[in-house]
Write a protein that binds this ligand. Structure first.
Ligand code: KG4
Ligand code: ZN
Length: 337
């Protein structure tokens, strides 16, 4: 079965063609095209929804054509259309959803609505060599610019939310702190680079809620702690930036590690799945691989961590939710339950 997938929940416009046969466990990516308005948003320090949606309106058709290899006849090989219908920015979601509905009507194809957060988890099922056999129960940690969630997966389609951030997401903590350090949006990748030469213990930044008995997180206090350090320093040298970046990563990752370990133990999980834009961070990837023991660990290739349509297509093979164009609406507030 071959699926055309569309993802436009935030500032990316992405389309992918993915394939999986019944006998296969994993999903093959035939194409995965991503057009981002991030350069426009790096000038403003964050996403302006209206600008994101206008860009997506311009690029959605060319991106889909590119995903089809520039050949409209490739549509004949497509069996279904998958699209992110939430959560996300309403103007952005509408562009993907309405385009998918139009294609579904014209080509008489079923529509598969996909929850963006599920997509981040199912990026772990992408594998050209069909080598992954992910066992349940699994614990997944989703760390992105909008979300920090721990979920339990008992079987496909049975995802239970266990805990999450009470305020800012992990990626948001990087992006907001980055603004204080004159780092362009999104700050995560630059903070990762700066941190390589930094001292993680130089600045005492808190790891909020690290000892709480639940599986929740809180990262908004970190930004305030970075503000205090910046004020104390007065002027910030490149070395200070490196040390602050490293200390910030350490503070965030320590709490992510601790709560993930707890969730794995509490639910006797057989697999751990990482997902979301922050999962592209090498330090986090290395620490999870080293510090989580006695469990199968799955982390998507970096290109499938940040927003992309291939992960939406991957999830579509496992959701039992085919619909038609008359019955699909974007839902910006969509969550897990
Ligand atoms: O999943 P994503 O592309 O979009 C959302 O669904 O939010 O995640 C974007 C977030 C941003 O906050 C960005 O700063 C962060 O992921 N991010 C990273 C890295 N790459 C992206 N954070 C830390 N290290 C990275 N290498
Ligand atoms: Zn995302």
């Amino acid at each position: 079965m071959r699926i055309l997938a569309i993802e436009t929940s935030c500032d990316e416009t992405s389309a992918a063609v993915v394939e999986k046969n019944k006998s296969e466990k994993n999903v093959r990516v035939i194409s995965n095209i991503i057009s981002s308005s991030v350069k426009l948003h790096s000038q403003t320090g964050g996403i302006i929804p209206e600008i994101a949606a206008r860009e997506q309106n311009k690029y959605i058709i060319p991106v889909i054509i590119a995903a089809l290899g520039g050949n409209k006849d490739e549509m004949k090989k497509i069996d279904a259309i998958a699209v992110t219908y939430g959560p996300g920015l309403i103007g952005s979601l509408l562009i993907g959803v309405e385009t998918a509905k139009t294609l579904s009507f014209i080509y008489n194809l079923p529509l598969i609505p996909v929850n963006h957060l599920f997509g981040h988890i199912y990026a772990n099922w992408i594998d050209t060599n069909d080598k992954k056999d992910i066992l349940f129960p699994a614990i997944s940690l989703i760390v992105s610019g909008g979300h920090t969630d721990l979920v339990l997966i008992n079987e496909h389609n049975k995802i239970k939310w266990l805990g999450g951030t009470r305020d800012d997401a992990a990626g948001e903590a990087f992006d907001k702190s980055g603004r204080l350090l004159d780092i362009a949006y999104p700050a995560g990748p630059t903070i990762e680079k700066l941190a390589i030469n930094g001292d993680p213990k130089k600045f005492p930044l808190p790891s909020p809620m690290i000892d709480s008995s639940d599986l929740d997180f809180s990262f908004s206090g970190l930004k305030a702690a970075v503000v205090r350090q910046v004020e104390k320093l007065g002027t910030i040298s490149e070395k200070d930036k490196e040390d602050l970046s490293s200390s910030l990563q350490n503070a965030v990752f320590n709490v992510l590690l601790k709560k993930t370990k707890k969730a794995i133990e509490d639910y006797n999980a057989k697999s751990f799945l990482l997902g979301g834009g922050v999962a592209a961070n090498s330090t986090l990837r290395e620490r999870l691989t080293k510090e989580l023991t006695g469990i199968n660990i799955y982390i998507p290739e970096k290109e499938y961590c940040t927003d992309n349509a291939a992960m939406i297509g991957a999830n579509a093979f496992f959701v039992d939710k085919k619909t038609t164009w008359e019955n699909l609406d974007a839902n910006p507030e969509l969550y897990f339950d």
